[in-house]
Design a protein. Sequence first.
Length: 208
Amino acid sequence: MIKLEYTGPKAIISQHGIFFKNGKEDKYIYLKIATQILLSIDKIHSENPKFQHFIKDHNNLSDKNIIEILKLYEPNLENDIQKQINNYKQHINQEIVEVNNNKLITKEEQSIWIKNIKIMYNYMIQREVNKLCYIHLIHYIKEIIHKEHITEIDIDFDLKHWHILESIAGNLEYGDKPILAHIKVQENQNKKLIAKLFIELTDTIKNI
């Protein structure tokens, strides 16, 4: 059973130690807000009393709630993510093989590097689970935008919200039916900054 849990920034692992990369934050920090956006734009679930308090305040969402909501959109979510995690584990194992075969470092350095990978193994796996759940959320938001012909999403401006809108815009512009999207920051009538995602739906998409 998959679970969500905060880890931290991307780990840079080598024979010299374990370091963390600035600007490569764990996707976990975006999950609640992305889930709130998804529920807010989906007519079916936005009208469901069960989800109203989640839509009003993402802080009401627990990690378990997020998984349950994801499963509404993809009942086979656990199996899908587990397959991707198994692939990621193979990737880590391949890294260990490559370190073992690295002739540019000593045996001692190889041993330290591999030990550091093993120390961070669970950290990397959990971070990947968080990332995959975020990717799934952005994918579902994209689907609802297509389905409901949404042309604008507004949210209070901060860096987390901006990052999520950038993810949505990037996904809209990618794939079989690319849609242009751009983000602006504007003041509302109360002088509060609002981040706005403008989606340029074509006439073809609007008429589906």
